[in-house]
Ligand binder design. Structure first.
Ligand SMILES: C[S@@+](CC[C@H](N)C(=O)[O-])C[C@H]1O[C@@H](n2cnc3c(N)ncnc32)[C@H](O)[C@@H]1O
Length: 302
């Protein structure tokens, strides 16, 4: 669909898009939100637009939009108080990053690297973990990098290039290996990952950080001889149950006391079998993961 609109503001386009969404035309609504996004510079208005785009990943976009509009109407300054991302909404809550211009600007800068709109709360959790473990012994590790979105945001926000720590990023850069991918993820793997990004582009993206190493390889094998002995922060985001469990087996002992592990996919409905396997894995060791409404699971090493 090619949209040509003249002389209307992004707010007007947003209202037209809302109308289309409520009428059940998600395709037109998305095109209009996209148009508005291209023609809008204000970071808060862009956030409102992306809240709406996030709704189309859910099963009931029109219903969710009604809810979002009701929440917005309750507020004198709605964009400051309401959050809607993929699969979660907050209201009547302080939203810490809403007062943080640098957070918002960096989120905006890198949003295109992730196919999910409004990742703010997830980034907030990772940022907290990285800041909280700054004095914990060891290096940082991410398993499952994709285009580098979360780590890039966090590294830029914290000025990681001046840190004495190192950050190791592992990915096949070719999606989930065929022998590890779940049957119902095969299509997702083909369309979302395979061929949509490359090792070279991610290396280039992290070039300003001499202490961040991008490593191409398959988890768990790549970890056997190329992984730090001590880890202060571990981010696991593979959407791949056997690889995540194998990584836990290999790395849990390397996490330093007070170190933090974040399991990005822990509570996503789409990763339910992985949740079951990981919950069992932790229960067998009498360990407990904090499940978050962001979908993440947080584990703090004692
Ligand atoms: C959800 S994405 C990671 C997103 C990234 N953490 C972020 O926040 O921007 C999942 C990534 O895991 C990678 N992956 C899945 N299984 C893997 C394995 N066994 N070894 C290495 N990488 C793997 C995929 O290639 C994909 O890029």
């Amino acid at each position: 669909m090619k949209l040509t609109l003249d002389g209307i503001s992004s707010e007007q386009a947003l209202r037209m898009a809302d109308g289309a969404a409520l009428a059940g035309d998600a395709y037109l609504a998305n095109a209009l939100y996209n148009w508005a996004l291209k023609n809008e510079q204000d970071v808060r208005q862009r956030y409102r637009l992306r809240m709406r785009m996030g709704l189309f990943r859910g099963r009931h976009p029109a219903l969710m939009l009604r809810l979002l509009r009701t929440l917005e109407e309750q507020r004198a300054d709605p964009s400051n108080q309401v959050f809607v991302g993929a699969g979660m909404a907050t209201w009547l809550k302080t939203i810490p990053f809403m007062d943080d211009e640098r957070f918002l600007a960096l989120e905006e800068k890198h949003a295109a690297l992730l196919p999910i709109a409004n990742w703010h709360w997830n980034l907030q959790v990772v940022l907290w973990a990285v800041q909280q473990t700054a004095a914990v012994e060891g290096d940082l590790v991410e398993l499952g990098v994709f285009k580098g979105h979360t780590t890039l945001f966090t590294a830029e926000y914290t000025g990681f290039e001046t840190s004495a720590k190192r950050w190791f990023l592992y990915d096949t850069f070719d999606g989930i290996p065929d022998d590890q991918v779940r049957d119902d993820w095969k299509e997702v793997n083909k369309t979302l990952y395979k061929g949509t990004y490359s090792y070279e582009e991610v290396v280039e993206r992290f070039a300003p950080f001499p202490n961040i190493q991008v490593i191409r390889g398959r988890v768990p094998e790549i970890l056997l001889d190329n992984c730090p002995e001590k880890i202060s922060f571990l981010h696991i985001d593979l959407n791949n149950t056997p690889a995540e469990i194998a990584a836990l087996d290999l790395l849990i002992e390397r996490i330093s006391p007070h170190g933090i592990l974040i399991l990005d996919d822990y509570c996503w409905e789409t990763a339910r079998p992985q949740f079951e396997a990981e919950r069992r894995w932790f229960a067998e060791r009498n360990l407990h993961v904090l499940p978050l409404p962001t979908g993440q699971g947080v584990f703090i090493k004692t």
